[in-house]
Design a protein around this ligand. Structure first.
Ligand code: PEP
Ligand code: MN
Length: 297
């Protein structure tokens, strides 16, 4: 790794790649995140009804997703918006897991809810707006559940790594980093997708990195191309919003794919996923080539 990055990120030593720790495999039910398998996480922004969740879960499962997403506690910018079904939503997620075998990821917004959410979810999501809520992060880390840590919308890579370090420092090595777009001067999209951030994270940290093309773009038309870019940048997986009828979704409908769009995207991504070479593999290949070149001299 570049000396300058080692210096820049010296505050978060445990998240950095070392010769002894090149990648972290995050175990979730019967698979790992951060290994050879590309992991797709899909589902609605919010858990709305039993039927909405179950048909979505069944569909994304058939299309190759490994994890069902769905918010039971929603961080909304208006006090008058839908804020999630709470415990009822968690129970529906657990039911969907039972019926499909998918793992479940859902956001925890408050320290008070950590134990309850951990009882139902396989992975705890720390949302963009909570990335700097260190007491929440510590409480979530101590449950021992894997943590899906979303980059704050105004957070630098260093800020994201500092929050990840909080998880590791609390005895939980299982962090999945998520690039979900950041605020810039651009207003044509909801956020600006930082593909370079994904590439950089894969160079400097041993933690798995996933891309969220839904929140990054805000528009469903842009989700498939951003997903491709995420894969090409080295992401270990995707988290995508899918809804049976996006125009009627209770939150984030404009960026949600319907089932046909999700299927088309998964088909479109297959060759990109097949081409993917995780960065640790690339590094080993480069080292082997360099050694061969020296031996030939
Ligand atoms: C979400 O995943 O629905 C969500 C609220 O994401 P973010 O925290 O990235 O805005
Ligand atoms: Mn959403």
């Amino acid at each position: 790794m570049r000396e300058s990055w080692l210096e820049q990120f010296a505050e978060t030593p445990d998240v950095l790649i070392t010769p002894k720790r090149e990648r972290t495999l995050v175990p979730v039910r019967d698979f790992v995140v951060g290994g050879d398998e590309f992991i797709t996480i899909a589902g609605p922004c919010s858990v709305e009804t039993e039927r909405q969740l179950l048909v979505t879960a069944e569909h994304v499962c058939r299309a190759g997703a490994r994890v069902l997403r769905g918010g039971a506690f929603k961080p909304r910018t208006s006090p008058y918006s839908f804020h999630g079904l709470g415990l009822e939503g968690l129970k529906l997620l657990a039911k969907a897991r039972e019926e499909t075998g998918l793992a479940v990821v859902t956001e925890v917004m408050s320290e008070c809810d950590v134990e309850m959410v951990a009882e139902y979810a396989d992975i705890l999501q720390i949302g963009s707006r909570s990335m700097e809520n260190y007491s929440l992060i510590e409480a979530a880390a101590r449950t021992g559940r894997p943590i899906l840590l979303k980059r704050g919308m105004v957070a630098t890579i260093g800020d994201l790594l500092r929050s990840a370090q909080f998880v590791l420092s609390n005895g939980n090595p299982h962090v999945i980093l998520c690039e979900r777009g950041i605020r810039t001067f651009e207003t044509a999209m909801r956020n600006t997708f930082d593909a370079a951030g994904i590439a950089l994270l894969k160079e400097i940290t041993h933690l798995p990195v996933i891309a969220d093309p839904s929140h990054a773009s805000g528009y469903r038309d842009l989700v498939p191309p951003l997903a491709r870019i995420g894969i090409a940048a080295g992401a270990d997986g995707l988290i995508v919003e899918v809804h049976p009828d996006p125009d009627k979704a209770w939150s984030d409908g404009e960026q949600s794919l319907n089932f046909a769009e999700f299927d088309a995207m998964m088909d479109d991504l297959a060759p990109w996923i097949a081409l993917r070479e995780p960065s640790w593999g690339r590094r080993h290949a480069a080292e082997a080539r360099a050694l061969e070149a020296v031996e030939c001299l």
